[in-house]
Design a protein around this ligand. Structure first.
Ligand SMILES: CC(C)(C)CCc1c(C(=O)O)[nH]c(=O)[nH]c1=O
Length: 311
């Protein structure tokens, strides 16, 4: 039984990856992921310069997942680019370099630096980045997405993936797919956290994180149905050359099986990886292998995208 998968020219001997943002901000954390059963690692989304991020408490775990407003704390692009150049492709592991500029210009600036570098792996552009003041995040402004991709692909010739926010309406699925199908995007990664949720502690009668009056992105059990819907809806709408990474609500082999049924080529684990650490990759690999064994599947291709509807 094989858990191998591929995105563009990049082979992964295991479809499991960490999700950007959790336990992946330092080279020590990234080395631990590469030393685990994961097929590769994803770096914390980088900004051009190092950032301290928001004040704590900025993340809170709950019985159903987590809420965060980290504010992009990271060591800056040069730090992760150096790590990625040194580790991409070592021991057959892929390093995905995640970037999240605080403006469209910062994203272009970082892509230019990556294009000029010796990094030969996958770059993941986080489109939950802020837009011009008063407009929604780029991922929810389809014309802004078109503008960013037009600029990016005018000079960026390396493989590019896009981390997208969750969509909730068929017109949004259609709208984002219409833009993406016009560009040589290597993959999309759906979903990022469900934005601006609110967790309340009835004991203290207070919110649980400090930034943004307690509003923050949700991950974990809260988001799995939305994540599966976005994987499925975009698989149904995007050109087959555009691969899909499924992210959201994964904490077992069963959850991975569901993401692959909806069409995922690879999956990323965030919240649950935050709870369990790198042993999760071995545990989930074993759970998924057991499910495939029971069902008589030898490879992921045999059931990828084969979700049935009720006729
Ligand atoms: C929300 C942004 C700060 C613009 C990007 C970084 C990010 C963060 C973060 O660093 O707060 N948290 C998430 O759940 N998803 C993200 O993409």
């Amino acid at each position: 039984i094989s858990l191998a998968s591929q995105i563009g020219d990049y082979k992964f001997d295991n479809l499991l990856l960490n999700a950007a943002g959790i336990r992946c901000a330092t080279t020590e954390e990234l080395d631990k992921i590469l030393d685990s059963d994961a097929g590769g690692c994803v770096t914390k989304s980088a900004t051009p310069e190092p950032r301290k991020g928001n004040e704590s408490p900025r993340m809170k775990a709950t019985s159903m997942g987590c809420i965060n407003s980290m504010g992009l704390p990271n060591h800056g692009l040069d730090y992760y680019l150096k790590f990625a150049e040194a580790n991409q492709g070592k021991n057959g592991k892929q390093v995905i370099l995640s970037i999240a500029g605080l403006s469209i210009d910062q994203n272009i600036e970082m892509l230019k630096k990556i294009q000029a570098s010796s990094f030969a792996g996958l770059t993941e552009l986080n489109l939950s980045c802020p837009n011009i003041a008063g407009k929604s995040q780029v991922g929810y402004d389809f014309e802004a997405v078109r503008d960013v991709l037009t600029s990016a692909f005018s000079f960026f010739k390396k493989p590019l993936g896009l981390k997208l926010p969750p969509y909730f309406d068929f017109n949004q699925f259609d709208g984002i797919a219409e833009v993406l199908n016009d560009f040589p995007v290597t993959y999309i990664n759906v979903i990022n956290s469900i934005g601006n949720g609110l967790v309340v502690d009835p004991e203290t009668e207070s919110v649980v994180i400090k930034p943004k009056g307690g509003f923050g992105g949700l991950g974990g059990d809260y988001v799995k149905p939305t994540a599966l819907a976005n994987v499925r809806a975009l698989r149904q709408r995007l050109r087959p050359e555009i691969s899909i990474i499924g992210t959201g609500g994964i904490k077992s082999g069963k959850d991975v099986f569901e993401h692959v049924l909806c069409g995922a080529n690879l999956v990323q684990i965030g919240t649950a990886f935050g709870f369990d650490g790198t042993p999760i990759f071995e545990r989930i690999s074993k759970e998924l292998t057991a499910i495939m064994e029971k069902k008589g599947y030898k490879t992921l291709d045999e059931f990828r995208g084969k979700l049935k509807t009720i006729e």
